[in-house]
Unconditional design. Structure first.
Ligand SMILES: Cc1ncc(COP(=O)(O)O)c(C=O)c1O
Length: 408
């Protein structure tokens, strides 16, 4: 009898993954970094030194540092976040995770069950949305402005939900270089949002993984620093600032939350070599490394803005981001970006269609997200030119009147 393995699978699983087909030539998706920005020499030196000094600790399940992850790395994170985001913490507030994706999974797991509702920004990280969907969690999108979440819309939405006896557990937000819009929420807006969270009693889950990549390296205080209680759960990552394949992220929260997460983080600890190496690297090189990375990203951003203006002109509407790795673009109603993404992928150009990056898929039909961090400069220029040709071949040249003004 032949084996029908499908019939054995848990019926609640998401759809199976597609087979990996390799990196496209014109890669404008994902949170990849540029190969040229990996600080190889410094990482080799840190790996060498730290393995010689602490390598024998690999015999332990991290017991030398405790289940929350490498203590030196947690010390670095505390000092860095105090200095950069005004966050007052100690090492008990920090838990190292395998990328911030694991942080998302862990935080979701301690707070959410199927049928629960959370609040999200109307355009947000596709990976966060798919996680919620897979858990059977509903989400309500809140309008965004150039200054971050619209406070009035947030309050109206929560009021309406409460009337229906629905009490959202948390607001998931990416306030500092928002994914995908690139906006930075002002400090004033953060206070307003926090006030609403206190009034209607929901938590704030602050995902700050792009916060280090601001061109002028100046940021508003983190939500986490604006309240004394445990209302804010914060997560960060070294994926965007050093390398995504390190798979090192972290959760910052009050001990009640950290201790609850520890009770379900049953992977025996996140990879220890990476943490040791990173602790050494960061204490010596982080500031200098990020300074150069941000300079290079800004150059690539300028190149992509220039290419979009040249090839798409006023057909592409977007704000020039103040940092980060992507541009969020609105195209005319005649252009379906999901269809464009399929046609473009066949020619080796990958883009994120807007429908995967919004709470209401219809609102993203004519939008796309383009990442500029990974491709080299000439590939960006060439790829945008090819993308515009494919777009016009498929959808025609839309009629647009007037010039666009770009906000920065
Ligand atoms: C907003 C946001 N959060 C979390 C992640 C996950 O990153 P990682 O698991 O590599 O830290 C990403 C990746 O693109 C992201 O954009």
């Amino acid at each position: 009898m032949s084996l029908e393995i499908e019939s054995f699978f848990n019926k609640d699983l998401p759809v199976s993954s597609a087979k990996y087909t390799g990196m496209p030539k014109y890669n404008f998706i994902g949170g990849n970094n540029s190969k040229d920005n990996i600080p190889i020499n410094e990482l080799i030196e840190s790996a060498n030194q730290t393995l010689k000094k602490n390598g024998k600790n690999l015999a332990l399940y991290g017991h030398n540092s405790g289940p929350q992850g490498n203590l030196s790395l947690r010390n670095f994170i505390c000092a860095y976040l105090k200095d950069y985001a005004d966050m007052e913490l100690n090492t008990d507030n920090v838990l190292i995770t395998s990328g911030s994706l694991q942080a998302l999974d862990l935080v979701n797991s301690i707070f959410l069950k199927s049928g629960d509702t959370v609040l999200v920004e109307e355009a947000t990280y596709g990976g966060a949305l798919s996680r919620l969907k897979n858990k059977g969690v509903k989400y309500e999108g809140i309008k965004l402005t150039e200054d971050g979440i619209c406070a009035a819309h947030l309050e109206d939405t929560v009021k309406e939900l409460n009337k229906k006896n629905i009490f959202p557990k948390f607001l998931y937000t990416i306030p500092t270089v928002q994914n995908p819009t690139g906006t930075i929420m002002s400090e004033e807006r953060r206070f307003e949002i926090l006030k609403i969270a206190k009034k209607y009693n929901f938590l704030i889950f602050e995902d700050d993984c792009y916060a280090d990549l601001i061109w002028n390296r100046s940021r508003p205080k983190a939500f986490y620093s604006l309240t004394e209680d445990s209302r804010v759960i914060y997560c960060g990552s070294f994926s965007k600032s050093i390398a995504p394949a390190l798979r090192i992220g972290y959760v910052v929260a009050g001990w009640e939350v950290i201790s609850k997460i520890l009770s379900i983080k049953n992977d025996g600890g996140s990879g220890a070599i990476e943490q040791m190496m990173l602790a050494d690297f960061c204490s010596k090189n982080y500031a200098k490394h990020v300074e150069k990375l941000v300079r290079d990203l800004k150059t690539k951003c300028d190149i992509m803005v220039g290419a979009l203006e040249k090839e798409f002109g006023s057909v592409a509407e977007f704000s020039v981001p103040p940092g980060g790795i992507f541009i969020w673009i609105t195209l005319p109603d005649s252009i379906d970006t999901k269809k464009l993404s399929i046609i473009a992928a066949e020619k080796g150009i990958t883009i994120n269609p807007g429908c995967e990056w919004v709470s209401n898929p219809d609102s993203g039909m004519h939008k796309m997200r383009l990442c500029f961090a990974n491709p080299e400069i000439d590939i960006i220029t060439e790829g945008i030119k090819k993308l515009s040709s494919l777009c016009y071949e498929e959808f025609g040249v839309p009629e647009i009147s007037g010039n666009v003004e770009r906000t920065v």
